[in-house]
Design a protein around this ligand. Structure first.
Ligand SMILES: Nc1nc2c(ncn2[C@@H]2O[C@H](COP(=O)(O)OP(=O)(O)OP(=O)(O)O)[C@@H](O)[C@H]2O)c(=O)[nH]1
Length: 344
């Protein structure tokens, strides 16, 4: 639970704001029942129950986008209902509701949700004592929303930038090793839960040092960038490329079954050998491939792909070696195919 809170920014915001709303609304619900204002107390209870349900939904499904949107709608609707029922005692709830919208959903969606809430209050026109009060409330709400919008957009922008810096390799644009480790853990967990197939391909450009030595580091950099672009063009949107280090890349491919990995890896090897190289002639790569096995954890899975790559290098380069199942699984007969299968 703590791991998810620490690593999932949106979920932590949804949980925090949900908890704040609960702490904020609970005393009012108690007070309203205590003072005999049953309808307002019931509204507070409904708001609290709905907030708990949405936070629970976010934790269960991991669908932060929908949960954040629902929570923003709920907060603004609750504020409008309380404002309508309580008049000027209640309408002030719209201020925190409007601000939290910008934390829960995208800035543009928050603007729409806030405008609708304000519009309903104005059209309904029972929450205000006078026109002047209505105008003041609308103006201050718009000012609050504008400030929150600017803050929200800046926040979104900076978070995206930081996330990109933390998860991507600046030279090639591929994801970095840290992101790879997280995605592999997620893939293993998903495989355990649903049995969905995944394949890991680790490939390393052959004799890359020569390119640097002969043509310079800048050309070497160009080749690495071109390689990442090429792989991006010949793989699916659901496949993810990571730069493992130096001239070594990893591809995480969901939906690729053990039977299909040979064709996929061979195709990529051909594409690289035939299309990568400008301005220095043909460049090849060696491939180690490991379909995810039920007995794998992320480390074992990577070690198997790495072993296969090592073998591909040792047995002549520009080739694909596939390790279908871990040694223990092969020996006990639960593996899908014999040991390694060097393919050229
Ligand atoms: N241009 C450039 N070169 C890099 C970068 N990162 C690592 N390298 C170089 O990649 C080369 C890797 O050399 P080796 O590990 O000997 O591998 P290799 O020459 O490809 O040989 P094999 O892998 O055995 O085929 C080294 O010369 C590194 O300096 C980078 O970001 N840009």
């Amino acid at each position: 639970m703590l791991y998810r809170l620490r690593h999932d920014f949106h979920l932590s915001i949804i949980t925090l704001l949900g908890a704040c709303a609960m702490f904020g609304v609970t005393p009012f619900a108690v007070f309203r029942f205590y003072s005999g204002n049953i309808p307002a107390g019931v509204v507070d209870l409904v708001i609290m129950f709905s907030i708990c349900s949405v936070v629970g939904y976010a934790w269960r499904t991991g669908d932060n986008r929908r949960s954040g949107f629902l929570l923003a709608v709920l907060a603004c609707t609750g504020a409008v209902v309380v404002g309508t029922m309580q008049g000027d005692v209640g309408i002030f709830w719209l201020y925190p509701a409007m601000v939290t919208s910008f934390f829960l959903t995208s800035a543009r969606v928050a603007v729409v949700v806030n405008c609708l809430a304000l519009l309903v209050l104005v059209i309904h026109d029972v929450a205000f004592d006078s026109r002047e009060q209505m105008m003041s409330f609308v103006t201050t709400s718009v000012v609050v929303s504008c400030c929150a919008y600017i803050f929200g957009r800046r926040n979104e922008h900076q978070r995206e930038r930081l996330e990109r810096l933390a998860t991507h390799d600046p030279l090639t644009g591929a994801k970095n090793r840290r992101a790879m480790e997280e995605d592999m853990q997620a893939a293993v967990a998903n495989h355990e839960r649903t049995g969905a197939p995944y394949t890991l391909i680790i490939f390393d450009l052959d004799h890359f040092k020569r390119i640097n030595d002969l043509y310079g580091h800048a050309v070497g950099d160009e080749v690495l960038t071109e390689c990442a672009g090429l792989i991006g063009r010949y793989t699916r949107k659901t496949d993810t490329l990571y730069r493992f280090g130096g001239e070594e890349f990893v591809l995480l491919m969901p939906g690729v079954r053990a039977e299909g990995v040979q064709a996929v890896a061979e195709n990529l090897r051909h594409k690289l050998a035939n299309e990568l190289g400008y301005p220095v002639g043909s460049i090849t790569a060696s491939f180690g491939v490991a379909p995810l096995h039920e007995t794998d954890d992320a480390d074992r899975w990577m070690a198997r792909a790495d072993d296969a790559l090592y073998e591909a290098k040792a047995t002549g380069r520009n080739r694909v070696v596939i390790r279908q199942a871990p040694v223990a699984a092969r020996e006990s007969g639960t593996g899908e195919s014999p040991a390694s299968a060097p393919l050229i």
